[in-house]
Design a protein around this ligand. Structure first.
Ligand code: HEC
Length: 102
């Protein structure tokens, strides 16, 4: 899946310019997630939305990426860069984000 990875890398590189100040409002930990999952955890394209998921699911998934129990293209590597407590904080942050009613 080389194209998909290319896209992800480009998204990472472009992030500071693309999201700027708005991203910094959600805290330094969550900023790097906004590159792919959106400033409001809304996701787009192949990138899953994080908002609207429960704290329990998000924290379990992130810890499972870290330990290798759950497979993924980029998330296992990303999750390994955070402490367990940081992943739990991130799960709490994204679980709290409001989901707009359409
Ligand atoms: C480079 C882009 C990228 C970044 C940065 C990124 N993610 Fe992801 N995330 C993905 C992709 C792609 C997936 C789908 C699984 C995979 O392929 O690894 C995913 C999946 C997830 C999932 C599982 C969602 C589901 O519905 O199964 C969670 C939770 C998650 N990411 C949280 C985070 C958090 C928290 C951060 C910040 C620490 C983060 N991600 C940073 C690309 C990214």
């Amino acid at each position: 899946m080389p194209h998909r990875l290319d896209f992800l890398l480009v998204a990472l590189i472009l992030t500071p310019a693309a999201y700027g100040e708005e991203a910094s409002a959600i805290g330094p930990l969550a900023e790097s997630c906004a590159a792919c999952h959106g400033v409001h955890g809304e996701g787009h394209g192949v990138l899953p939305a994080l908002r609207g998921r429960s704290f329990g699911v998000l924290s379990r998934v992130l810890l499972d990426y870290k330990t290798g129990r759950r497979q993924g293209t980029v998330m296992p590597r990303i999750a390994r860069g955070y402490g367990d407590d940081e992943l739990v904080q991130l799960a709490r942050h994204f679980a709290r984000l409001p989901v707009p009613v359409h």
